[in-house]
Design a protein around this ligand. Sequence first.
Ligand SMILES: NC(=O)c1ccc[n+]([C@@H]2O[C@H](COP(=O)([O-])OP(=O)(O)OC[C@H]3O[C@@H](n4cnc5c(N)ncnc54)[C@H](O)[C@@H]3O)[C@@H](O)[C@H]2O)c1
Length: 329
Amino acid sequence: MDKGQGPLTTCVVTGAAGFVGSHLCERLLSLGHTVVGVDNFFSGRPENLKTFASHPRFFFHERSVTETGLLTALKDQHGPVFAVFHLAAIVSVPYSLERPEETFLVNTQATLLLLEEAEVLGVRNFVFAGSAAEYGDRDRMPLTEADANEETRWLSPYGEAKYRASVAVASRRGSLCGVSLRCFNIYGPRQDPSSPYSGVISRFVNMAVAQRPLTIFGDGLQTRDFVFVSDVVDAYCLAGLRDDKDDIKRTSGVFNVGSGRATSIVNLARLICRLTHRPESITFGPERPGDIRHSTANIEAITRVLQWKPRIGLKDGLTRTIQWMRGSG
Ligand SMILES: NC(=O)c1ccc[n+]([C@@H]2O[C@H](COP(=O)([O-])OP(=O)(O)OC[C@H]3O[C@@H](n4cnc5c(N)ncnc54)[C@H](O)[C@@H]3O)[C@@H](O)[C@H]2O)c1
């Protein structure tokens, strides 16, 4: 898979101090690009930037994506922007339920403004961080991109706000290629385990490494589609670094990013116990309201159009995450 396609460019990454955004910045820098990172540290952390903060081709701006004229100001300072990777968002579903207006402002409205500005400034690719939450609760698996539509019953403002932004990005016409990557459950190093609502893998690995029992909410038979962060970064690069001018129509759109496999939470917990060499110690708590039962991606579209495929299996990805958690704990 050639992830360094196209010329060396200047890329803007919003949400640069976040879990996924920081990995993306690192990769873009390693491919030779100049990276302009933006983050207001709402949920991101300065330590996520540590390994590349002083890189000569990395520039960081502590600003909010809700500021008008943000891209223009960045272009004035750093020159023409080839790609915008827009990952900054309110990522907490419970927070979005408490503050729907703020969620729509940050997750939808700011995306629309950035998109418009990007078009005016001649940005080539705009890649948005969509989410499996855009599907609401569906019975039929695996989920294909058309399964999120105006009939969807979203379980949270987070899901609806992401959907509205995804549709706007993907339906952009003209010289800008708009791609929404509808990511399923991303996991890997740097994912913050401290919140009860953070990714289940980071919570479980944290508990296992600390020799605490793993707590499952519900019966554990609910399933998720887990995708390792470096595979997600591959997808961002394939979407954002392409320069085939005639292909805009074909590559614009919404694409699922997942493993295409369903893993039950109880099997995940068992596997983490095995990989951390500890006896199975699993407890069960009450089901959490609003939790969906199943979620699996159909990844045919992204495989066909962007030639993306996940490369890191669950066992391998978990082993890397456990190593990181042990090192940083
Ligand atoms: N982690 C997952 O499993 C997953 C799955 C699907 C989609 N996503 C999406 O991927 C993106 C990255 O998620 P993540 O897991 O890295 O979360 P994260 O919380 O680590 O990253 C989000 C970043 O956005 C920043 N941010 C929030 N509001 C901002 C604002 N107004 N201005 C500037 N920066 C702001 C935060 O400080 C944070 O650094 C998000 O858009 C998220 O919705 C994540």
